[in-house]
Design a protein around this ligand. Structure first.
Ligand code: FAD
Length: 454
Protein backbone atom coordinates (compact mmCIF):
# COMPACT_ATOMS: atom_id res chain seq x y z
CA UNK A 1 0.00 0.00 0.00
CA UNK A 2 1.60 3.24 -1.17
CA UNK A 3 3.69 3.67 -4.31
CA UNK A 4 6.51 5.88 -3.05
CA UNK A 5 10.06 4.53 -3.34
CA UNK A 6 9.45 1.92 -0.60
CA UNK A 7 6.20 0.47 -1.96
CA UNK A 8 7.51 0.47 -5.52
CA UNK A 9 10.67 -1.40 -4.48
CA UNK A 10 8.66 -4.03 -2.62
CA UNK A 11 6.39 -4.47 -5.65
CA UNK A 12 9.42 -4.88 -7.95
CA UNK A 13 10.88 -7.61 -5.73
CA UNK A 14 7.56 -9.51 -5.55
CA UNK A 15 7.14 -9.14 -9.33
CA UNK A 16 10.65 -10.50 -9.93
CA UNK A 17 9.77 -13.61 -7.90
CA UNK A 18 6.42 -14.00 -9.69
CA UNK A 19 4.40 -13.55 -6.51
CA UNK A 20 0.93 -11.95 -7.03
CA UNK A 21 0.18 -8.61 -5.29
CA UNK A 22 -1.72 -5.32 -5.61
CA UNK A 23 -0.11 -1.91 -5.20
CA UNK A 24 -2.37 1.13 -4.73
CA UNK A 25 -1.63 4.82 -4.28
CA UNK A 26 -3.84 7.84 -3.70
CA UNK A 27 -1.72 10.03 -6.01
CA UNK A 28 -2.30 10.19 -9.78
CA UNK A 29 1.30 9.09 -10.55
CA UNK A 30 4.95 9.29 -9.40
CA UNK A 31 5.94 12.27 -7.26
CA UNK A 32 6.56 15.53 -9.16
CA UNK A 33 9.42 16.86 -6.97
CA UNK A 34 13.02 15.79 -6.72
CA UNK A 35 12.84 15.40 -2.87
CA UNK A 36 15.49 12.78 -1.93
CA UNK A 37 18.25 13.54 -4.43
CA UNK A 38 21.00 11.04 -3.52
CA UNK A 39 20.93 7.31 -4.27
CA UNK A 40 23.46 5.55 -2.08
CA UNK A 41 25.88 2.77 -3.09
CA UNK A 42 23.97 0.11 -1.14
CA UNK A 43 20.72 1.15 -2.82
CA UNK A 44 22.34 0.90 -6.26
CA UNK A 45 23.49 -2.61 -5.33
CA UNK A 46 19.92 -3.56 -4.42
CA UNK A 47 18.64 -2.05 -7.69
CA UNK A 48 21.26 -4.20 -9.49
CA UNK A 49 19.43 -7.25 -8.17
CA UNK A 50 16.29 -5.97 -9.92
CA UNK A 51 18.20 -5.22 -13.13
CA UNK A 52 17.73 -1.46 -12.58
CA UNK A 53 21.07 -0.39 -11.07
CA UNK A 54 22.85 0.52 -14.30
CA UNK A 55 19.89 2.56 -15.50
CA UNK A 56 19.97 4.53 -12.23
CA UNK A 57 23.74 5.09 -12.63
CA UNK A 58 23.28 6.25 -16.24
CA UNK A 59 20.40 8.61 -15.47
CA UNK A 60 22.04 10.06 -12.37
CA UNK A 61 25.22 12.06 -11.96
CA UNK A 62 28.08 10.38 -10.08
CA UNK A 63 29.05 12.10 -6.82
CA UNK A 64 32.76 11.50 -6.39
CA UNK A 65 33.80 13.86 -3.57
CA UNK A 66 32.57 15.90 -0.65
CA UNK A 67 34.40 19.22 -0.42
CA UNK A 68 34.50 20.84 2.98
CA UNK A 69 34.69 24.63 3.27
CA UNK A 70 34.93 26.90 6.31
CA UNK A 71 33.24 30.22 5.68
CA UNK A 72 34.04 29.89 1.99
CA UNK A 73 37.68 28.80 2.47
CA UNK A 74 38.41 25.31 1.16
CA UNK A 75 39.46 23.06 4.08
CA UNK A 76 39.44 19.51 2.77
CA UNK A 77 38.09 17.04 0.28
CA UNK A 78 36.82 13.52 1.02
CA UNK A 79 36.41 10.90 -1.74
CA UNK A 80 32.93 9.34 -1.73
CA UNK A 81 33.47 6.82 -4.50
CA UNK A 82 35.50 3.80 -3.46
CA UNK A 83 36.01 0.15 -4.37
CA UNK A 84 32.24 -0.39 -4.40
CA UNK A 85 31.49 2.64 -6.60
CA UNK A 86 29.92 5.86 -5.42
CA UNK A 87 26.52 7.47 -4.87
CA UNK A 88 24.63 9.21 -7.66
CA UNK A 89 22.57 12.39 -7.70
CA UNK A 90 19.15 11.35 -9.01
CA UNK A 91 15.88 13.01 -8.04
CA UNK A 92 13.21 10.99 -6.26
CA UNK A 93 10.87 11.66 -9.19
CA UNK A 94 13.36 9.91 -11.52
CA UNK A 95 13.92 7.07 -9.04
CA UNK A 96 10.17 6.49 -8.74
CA UNK A 97 9.75 6.56 -12.54
CA UNK A 98 12.55 4.01 -12.86
CA UNK A 99 10.82 1.69 -10.38
CA UNK A 100 7.47 2.12 -12.18
CA UNK A 101 9.24 1.18 -15.44
CA UNK A 102 10.71 -1.92 -13.79
CA UNK A 103 7.25 -2.94 -12.64
CA UNK A 104 5.68 -2.37 -16.05
CA UNK A 105 8.40 -4.40 -17.75
CA UNK A 106 7.38 -7.30 -15.51
CA UNK A 107 3.73 -6.86 -16.51
CA UNK A 108 2.45 -5.02 -13.42
CA UNK A 109 0.90 -1.59 -12.88
CA UNK A 110 0.30 0.66 -9.90
CA UNK A 111 -3.38 1.35 -9.19
CA UNK A 112 -3.07 5.16 -9.01
CA UNK A 113 -5.87 7.42 -7.70
CA UNK A 114 -6.81 4.67 -5.24
CA UNK A 115 -7.02 5.57 -1.58
CA UNK A 116 -7.00 2.75 0.91
CA UNK A 117 -9.54 3.29 3.67
CA UNK A 118 -9.79 -0.18 5.22
CA UNK A 119 -7.69 -3.25 4.66
CA UNK A 120 -8.21 -6.95 4.96
CA UNK A 121 -8.71 -9.94 2.72
CA UNK A 122 -5.07 -10.13 1.70
CA UNK A 123 -2.68 -12.68 3.21
CA UNK A 124 -0.28 -9.83 4.05
CA UNK A 125 -0.61 -6.04 4.02
CA UNK A 126 2.43 -3.78 3.81
CA UNK A 127 2.02 -0.15 4.86
CA UNK A 128 4.41 1.79 2.63
CA UNK A 129 2.15 4.80 3.02
CA UNK A 130 4.55 7.44 4.30
CA UNK A 131 5.04 9.40 7.51
CA UNK A 132 1.36 9.81 8.40
CA UNK A 133 0.68 6.13 7.59
CA UNK A 134 -2.96 5.16 7.82
CA UNK A 135 -1.92 1.52 8.23
CA UNK A 136 0.23 2.39 11.27
CA UNK A 137 -2.57 4.41 12.83
CA UNK A 138 -5.20 1.74 12.13
CA UNK A 139 -3.06 -0.77 13.99
CA UNK A 140 -2.64 1.66 16.90
CA UNK A 141 1.17 1.44 16.65
CA UNK A 142 2.86 4.38 18.42
CA UNK A 143 5.29 6.67 16.55
CA UNK A 144 7.49 7.79 19.40
CA UNK A 145 10.22 10.42 19.09
CA UNK A 146 10.55 14.15 18.92
CA UNK A 147 10.25 17.16 16.67
CA UNK A 148 13.11 19.65 16.77
CA UNK A 149 12.72 23.41 17.13
CA UNK A 150 15.18 24.08 14.33
CA UNK A 151 14.20 24.59 10.75
CA UNK A 152 15.96 23.43 7.62
CA UNK A 153 15.57 24.30 3.99
CA UNK A 154 15.88 22.31 0.77
CA UNK A 155 15.69 23.90 -2.66
CA UNK A 156 16.41 23.01 -6.28
CA UNK A 157 17.68 26.20 -7.89
CA UNK A 158 19.18 27.54 -11.10
CA UNK A 159 22.37 29.50 -10.53
CA UNK A 160 25.44 30.26 -12.66
CA UNK A 161 27.81 28.97 -10.00
CA UNK A 162 30.02 26.98 -12.37
CA UNK A 163 30.93 24.45 -9.69
CA UNK A 164 32.64 21.26 -10.90
CA UNK A 165 30.21 18.36 -11.36
CA UNK A 166 30.33 15.37 -9.03
CA UNK A 167 31.33 17.41 -5.98
CA UNK A 168 29.12 17.89 -2.98
CA UNK A 169 30.12 21.21 -1.45
CA UNK A 170 29.61 21.59 2.31
CA UNK A 171 30.24 24.97 3.92
CA UNK A 172 30.53 25.36 7.68
CA UNK A 173 29.44 28.88 8.70
CA UNK A 174 28.24 30.64 11.84
CA UNK A 175 24.74 29.41 10.95
CA UNK A 176 25.73 25.76 10.62
CA UNK A 177 26.44 23.45 7.69
CA UNK A 178 24.93 24.28 4.34
CA UNK A 179 25.39 22.15 1.24
CA UNK A 180 25.22 22.43 -2.51
CA UNK A 181 24.94 19.45 -4.84
CA UNK A 182 25.27 19.89 -8.64
CA UNK A 183 22.30 18.32 -10.48
CA UNK A 184 23.53 19.06 -14.01
CA UNK A 185 23.92 22.25 -16.10
CA UNK A 186 23.00 25.21 -13.87
CA UNK A 187 20.77 23.19 -11.48
CA UNK A 188 21.81 22.68 -7.86
CA UNK A 189 20.25 21.19 -4.74
CA UNK A 190 20.73 23.52 -1.76
CA UNK A 191 20.22 22.17 1.75
CA UNK A 192 21.00 23.08 5.31
CA UNK A 193 19.95 24.71 8.53
CA UNK A 194 18.10 27.98 8.64
CA UNK A 195 18.86 30.42 11.49
CA UNK A 196 15.78 31.31 13.60
CA UNK A 197 15.50 34.87 12.21
CA UNK A 198 15.14 33.47 8.69
CA UNK A 199 12.72 30.72 9.71
CA UNK A 200 9.93 33.02 10.87
CA UNK A 201 6.62 33.01 9.04
CA UNK A 202 6.91 35.51 6.20
CA UNK A 203 4.61 37.56 3.98
CA UNK A 204 4.80 34.77 1.37
CA UNK A 205 2.62 32.76 3.75
CA UNK A 206 5.20 30.10 4.57
CA UNK A 207 4.77 28.92 8.14
CA UNK A 208 7.93 27.46 9.58
CA UNK A 209 6.03 24.83 11.56
CA UNK A 210 4.53 23.26 8.46
CA UNK A 211 6.54 20.31 7.25
CA UNK A 212 7.88 21.08 3.79
CA UNK A 213 6.40 24.54 3.20
CA UNK A 214 7.52 26.68 0.25
CA UNK A 215 9.57 29.88 0.69
CA UNK A 216 9.93 32.95 -1.51
CA UNK A 217 12.87 33.41 -3.87
CA UNK A 218 13.74 36.56 -1.94
CA UNK A 219 14.18 34.66 1.34
CA UNK A 220 16.06 31.89 -0.45
CA UNK A 221 18.34 34.52 -2.02
CA UNK A 222 19.11 36.00 1.41
CA UNK A 223 19.94 32.54 2.82
CA UNK A 224 22.12 31.71 -0.19
CA UNK A 225 24.03 35.00 -0.07
CA UNK A 226 24.57 34.87 3.69
CA UNK A 227 25.74 31.29 4.06
CA UNK A 228 26.92 29.66 0.84
CA UNK A 229 29.99 31.80 0.04
CA UNK A 230 29.37 31.48 -3.72
CA UNK A 231 29.68 34.88 -5.36
CA UNK A 232 26.63 34.94 -7.56
CA UNK A 233 22.85 35.30 -7.31
CA UNK A 234 20.17 32.67 -7.80
CA UNK A 235 18.31 32.86 -11.09
CA UNK A 236 15.22 30.87 -10.12
CA UNK A 237 13.98 27.97 -7.99
CA UNK A 238 12.16 24.83 -9.19
CA UNK A 239 10.91 24.00 -5.71
CA UNK A 240 11.65 24.83 -2.10
CA UNK A 241 10.88 22.92 1.07
CA UNK A 242 11.13 24.50 4.49
CA UNK A 243 10.96 21.76 7.08
CA UNK A 244 10.95 20.96 10.77
CA UNK A 245 12.98 17.90 11.63
CA UNK A 246 11.14 14.98 13.15
CA UNK A 247 12.87 11.97 14.59
CA UNK A 248 10.34 9.22 15.13
CA UNK A 249 10.19 5.46 14.89
CA UNK A 250 7.23 3.05 14.98
CA UNK A 251 7.18 0.92 18.12
CA UNK A 252 6.73 -2.19 15.96
CA UNK A 253 7.43 -2.79 12.27
CA UNK A 254 5.04 -5.74 12.25
CA UNK A 255 1.66 -6.60 13.76
CA UNK A 256 0.53 -10.09 12.74
CA UNK A 257 0.29 -10.16 8.97
CA UNK A 258 0.77 -6.40 8.54
CA UNK A 259 4.16 -4.74 8.08
CA UNK A 260 5.44 -1.16 7.98
CA UNK A 261 8.27 -0.05 5.68
CA UNK A 262 9.94 3.29 4.85
CA UNK A 263 8.65 6.58 6.24
CA UNK A 264 5.64 4.74 7.71
CA UNK A 265 8.13 3.06 10.07
CA UNK A 266 10.65 5.89 10.69
CA UNK A 267 11.28 9.55 9.87
CA UNK A 268 14.35 11.67 10.58
CA UNK A 269 16.44 14.60 9.42
CA UNK A 270 17.17 14.70 5.69
CA UNK A 271 20.84 15.38 6.64
CA UNK A 272 22.88 12.80 4.77
CA UNK A 273 19.93 11.92 2.54
CA UNK A 274 19.25 8.61 4.26
CA UNK A 275 15.41 8.54 4.22
CA UNK A 276 14.55 7.20 0.81
CA UNK A 277 17.54 4.84 0.84
CA UNK A 278 16.50 3.42 4.19
CA UNK A 279 12.96 2.83 2.90
CA UNK A 280 14.23 1.04 -0.20
CA UNK A 281 16.40 -1.14 2.06
CA UNK A 282 13.40 -2.02 4.27
CA UNK A 283 11.29 -2.89 1.26
CA UNK A 284 13.97 -5.11 -0.25
CA UNK A 285 14.56 -6.89 3.06
CA UNK A 286 10.85 -7.64 3.49
CA UNK A 287 10.20 -8.31 -0.21
CA UNK A 288 12.42 -11.34 -0.74
CA UNK A 289 11.30 -12.85 2.56
CA UNK A 290 7.58 -12.51 1.72
CA UNK A 291 8.29 -13.98 -1.73
CA UNK A 292 10.16 -16.99 -0.32
CA UNK A 293 7.39 -17.71 2.19
CA UNK A 294 4.66 -17.19 -0.44
CA UNK A 295 6.42 -19.68 -2.73
CA UNK A 296 6.75 -22.21 0.09
CA UNK A 297 10.56 -22.00 -0.03
CA UNK A 298 10.87 -20.77 3.56
CA UNK A 299 8.82 -21.03 6.73
CA UNK A 300 6.78 -18.15 8.19
CA UNK A 301 9.51 -17.73 10.81
CA UNK A 302 11.69 -15.98 8.23
CA UNK A 303 9.30 -13.01 8.43
CA UNK A 304 10.21 -12.46 12.11
CA UNK A 305 13.67 -11.42 10.99
CA UNK A 306 12.35 -8.33 9.11
CA UNK A 307 11.76 -6.29 12.27
CA UNK A 308 14.77 -7.85 14.02
CA UNK A 309 17.05 -6.75 11.17
CA UNK A 310 15.61 -3.40 10.12
CA UNK A 311 14.70 -1.81 13.46
CA UNK A 312 18.34 -1.58 14.67
CA UNK A 313 19.36 -0.12 11.28
CA UNK A 314 16.63 2.55 11.51
CA UNK A 315 17.63 3.33 15.10
CA UNK A 316 21.28 3.82 14.06
CA UNK A 317 20.31 6.15 11.21
CA UNK A 318 17.97 8.12 13.48
CA UNK A 319 20.65 8.56 16.13
CA UNK A 320 23.29 9.55 13.56
CA UNK A 321 20.95 11.97 11.77
CA UNK A 322 19.97 13.52 15.12
CA UNK A 323 23.59 14.15 16.00
CA UNK A 324 24.30 15.52 12.52
CA UNK A 325 21.34 17.83 12.67
CA UNK A 326 22.17 19.00 16.18
CA UNK A 327 25.60 20.13 14.97
CA UNK A 328 24.10 21.51 11.81
CA UNK A 329 21.21 23.42 13.24
CA UNK A 330 21.19 24.10 16.93
CA UNK A 331 20.54 27.78 17.57
CA UNK A 332 22.16 27.86 21.04
CA UNK A 333 24.74 30.72 21.10
CA UNK A 334 27.45 28.61 22.79
CA UNK A 335 26.98 25.83 20.24
CA UNK A 336 27.07 28.41 17.45
CA UNK A 337 30.33 29.87 18.82
CA UNK A 338 31.88 26.38 19.13
CA UNK A 339 30.80 25.56 15.61
CA UNK A 340 32.26 28.75 14.18
CA UNK A 341 35.51 28.90 16.16
CA UNK A 342 36.44 25.41 17.27
CA UNK A 343 34.82 23.12 14.73
CA UNK A 344 36.07 25.23 11.84
CA UNK A 345 39.66 24.96 13.10
CA UNK A 346 39.32 21.23 13.61
CA UNK A 347 37.54 20.37 10.42
CA UNK A 348 40.65 20.65 8.22
CA UNK A 349 42.97 18.43 10.30
CA UNK A 350 40.16 16.04 11.27
CA UNK A 351 39.08 15.45 7.72
CA UNK A 352 42.56 14.16 6.89
CA UNK A 353 42.26 11.31 9.38
CA UNK A 354 41.43 8.04 7.59
CA UNK A 355 38.66 7.01 10.07
CA UNK A 356 36.94 10.39 9.64
CA UNK A 357 37.18 10.20 5.86
CA UNK A 358 35.83 6.67 5.96
CA UNK A 359 32.93 7.72 8.21
CA UNK A 360 31.91 10.49 5.77
CA UNK A 361 32.11 8.11 2.80
CA UNK A 362 30.14 5.42 4.67
CA UNK A 363 27.34 7.88 5.42
CA UNK A 364 26.73 8.20 1.67
CA UNK A 365 27.02 4.48 1.01
CA UNK A 366 24.90 2.64 3.60
CA UNK A 367 27.31 -0.26 3.04
CA UNK A 368 27.81 -0.36 6.83
CA UNK A 369 24.43 -2.06 7.21
CA UNK A 370 24.83 -5.51 8.74
CA UNK A 371 22.41 -8.01 10.27
CA UNK A 372 24.76 -9.58 12.80
CA UNK A 373 22.78 -11.33 15.52
CA UNK A 374 19.65 -11.68 13.34
CA UNK A 375 17.58 -14.84 13.98
CA UNK A 376 17.86 -15.58 10.23
CA UNK A 377 21.66 -15.85 10.07
CA UNK A 378 24.02 -18.38 11.59
CA UNK A 379 27.44 -19.99 11.65
CA UNK A 380 30.59 -18.40 12.93
CA UNK A 381 32.83 -15.42 12.28
CA UNK A 382 35.61 -15.82 9.76
CA UNK A 383 38.31 -13.16 9.64
CA UNK A 384 36.55 -9.80 9.63
CA UNK A 385 33.35 -11.32 8.22
CA UNK A 386 30.44 -12.29 10.45
CA UNK A 387 27.13 -13.95 9.55
CA UNK A 388 24.73 -11.11 8.68
CA UNK A 389 27.42 -8.90 7.10
CA UNK A 390 27.14 -7.67 3.53
CA UNK A 391 28.99 -10.19 1.37
CA UNK A 392 32.07 -8.65 -0.26
CA UNK A 393 31.36 -7.36 -3.78
CA UNK A 394 31.88 -10.08 -6.37
CA UNK A 395 31.50 -13.02 -3.97
CA UNK A 396 28.22 -14.01 -5.64
CA UNK A 397 26.17 -12.76 -8.62
CA UNK A 398 23.83 -9.80 -7.94
CA UNK A 399 20.50 -11.54 -8.51
CA UNK A 400 17.60 -12.73 -6.35
CA UNK A 401 18.85 -16.25 -5.60
CA UNK A 402 20.66 -17.74 -2.66
CA UNK A 403 24.27 -18.57 -3.56
CA UNK A 404 26.50 -21.06 -1.86
CA UNK A 405 30.16 -20.11 -2.23
CA UNK A 406 32.67 -22.72 -1.11
CA UNK A 407 36.20 -21.56 -0.64
CA UNK A 408 38.81 -22.33 -1.84
CA UNK A 409 38.50 -23.79 -5.31
CA UNK A 410 35.08 -22.51 -6.36
CA UNK A 411 34.07 -20.83 -9.62
CA UNK A 412 33.96 -17.51 -7.78
CA UNK A 413 37.17 -15.53 -7.63
CA UNK A 414 36.52 -14.43 -4.08
CA UNK A 415 38.22 -11.14 -3.31
CA UNK A 416 38.63 -12.01 0.36
CA UNK A 417 41.17 -13.84 2.39
CA UNK A 418 40.45 -17.52 2.68
CA UNK A 419 41.70 -19.94 5.29
CA UNK A 420 41.11 -23.63 5.62
CA UNK A 421 38.19 -24.24 7.96
CA UNK A 422 39.51 -26.03 11.04
CA UNK A 423 36.78 -28.67 11.04
CA UNK A 424 36.11 -29.40 7.41
CA UNK A 425 39.12 -28.01 5.59
CA UNK A 426 36.86 -25.89 3.44
CA UNK A 427 34.60 -22.97 4.20
CA UNK A 428 31.08 -22.26 2.92
CA UNK A 429 29.44 -18.87 2.60
CA UNK A 430 25.70 -18.78 1.99
CA UNK A 431 24.77 -15.44 0.37
CA UNK A 432 21.14 -14.33 0.67
CA UNK A 433 19.08 -12.69 -2.11
CA UNK A 434 19.83 -9.28 -0.56
CA UNK A 435 23.59 -9.90 -0.63
CA UNK A 436 24.01 -10.52 3.12
CA UNK A 437 25.68 -13.61 4.53
CA UNK A 438 23.11 -16.07 5.86
CA UNK A 439 25.77 -18.52 6.99
CA UNK A 440 29.52 -18.94 7.34
CA UNK A 441 30.90 -22.31 8.32
CA UNK A 442 31.47 -25.89 7.35
CA UNK A 443 29.98 -26.91 3.95
CA UNK A 444 28.57 -30.02 5.66
CA UNK A 445 26.46 -27.90 8.05
CA UNK A 446 24.92 -25.45 5.56
CA UNK A 447 21.29 -24.95 6.66
CA UNK A 448 18.63 -26.14 4.25
CA UNK A 449 15.63 -24.41 5.82
CA UNK A 450 16.02 -20.77 4.84
CA UNK A 451 13.96 -19.39 7.69
CA UNK A 452 16.65 -20.24 10.19
CA UNK A 453 20.16 -20.32 8.82
CA UNK A 454 21.51 -20.87 12.34
C1 FAD B 1 9.27 17.89 0.11
C2 FAD B 1 10.10 16.72 0.58
C3 FAD B 1 11.47 16.78 0.46
C4 FAD B 1 12.26 15.71 0.88
N1 FAD B 1 13.60 15.79 0.71
C5 FAD B 1 14.38 14.76 1.07
C6 FAD B 1 15.78 14.79 0.90
O1 FAD B 1 16.32 15.77 0.41
N2 FAD B 1 16.51 13.72 1.26
C7 FAD B 1 15.91 12.59 1.80
O2 FAD B 1 16.59 11.61 2.11
N3 FAD B 1 14.59 12.54 1.99
C8 FAD B 1 13.82 13.59 1.65
N4 FAD B 1 12.48 13.52 1.84
C9 FAD B 1 11.93 12.28 2.43
C10 FAD B 1 11.75 11.21 1.35
O3 FAD B 1 10.95 11.74 0.34
C11 FAD B 1 11.11 10.00 2.02
O4 FAD B 1 12.01 9.46 2.98
C12 FAD B 1 10.74 8.91 1.01
O5 FAD B 1 9.87 9.39 0.05
C13 FAD B 1 10.10 7.74 1.75
O6 FAD B 1 9.51 6.86 0.83
P1 FAD B 1 8.22 6.02 1.21
O7 FAD B 1 7.91 5.25 -0.01
O8 FAD B 1 8.47 5.30 2.47
O9 FAD B 1 7.08 7.09 1.54
P2 FAD B 1 6.41 8.19 0.58
O10 FAD B 1 7.36 8.64 -0.46
O11 FAD B 1 5.83 9.21 1.49
O12 FAD B 1 5.25 7.39 -0.16
C14 FAD B 1 4.04 7.05 0.48
C15 FAD B 1 2.98 6.89 -0.59
O13 FAD B 1 1.80 6.38 0.02
C16 FAD B 1 0.69 7.03 -0.56
N5 FAD B 1 -0.42 6.96 0.41
C17 FAD B 1 -0.47 7.48 1.66
N6 FAD B 1 -1.63 7.18 2.25
C18 FAD B 1 -2.34 6.45 1.35
C19 FAD B 1 -3.64 5.84 1.38
N7 FAD B 1 -4.44 5.89 2.45
N8 FAD B 1 -4.05 5.17 0.26
C20 FAD B 1 -3.26 5.09 -0.83
N9 FAD B 1 -2.03 5.64 -0.90
C21 FAD B 1 -1.58 6.31 0.18
C22 FAD B 1 1.17 8.44 -0.84
O14 FAD B 1 0.40 9.03 -1.89
C23 FAD B 1 2.61 8.21 -1.25
O15 FAD B 1 2.78 8.09 -2.63
C24 FAD B 1 11.67 14.56 1.44
C25 FAD B 1 10.27 14.50 1.57
C26 FAD B 1 9.49 15.56 1.15
C27 FAD B 1 7.98 15.47 1.30
Amino acid sequence: MGAGPSGLTLANVLAAYGVPFRIVDAKPGPVGQSRAAIVHVRTLELLDRLGLGDRARRRGLPITHAELYENGRRAAEVPLAGRDGGPVALGQDDTERLLVEGLEERGHAVEWNTTLTTFGGARWVVGADGASSRVRRALGIGFAGRTYEQTGLLADVHVDAGLPPGRLRLNLTRGGFVGMLPLGQDRYRLFGALPPDMAEPSPDGAVSHDPYAAVSLERLQRWFETFFAVRTRLNSADWTALFRVHSRMAEQFRAGDTFLVGDAAHIHSPAGGQGMNLGIGDAFNLGWKLAMVARGEAGERLLDSYEAERMPVARKVLNGADRGFALEATGHPVAAWLRAHVASRLIGPLSHLPPVREAVARMFSQTWISYRGSPAVGGSAHGALRPGDRAPAGMAPADLHYHLVVSPGTHVDAPFETHAHPAAGRLAYLVRPDGHLAYIGSPEAVPTDMDRAG
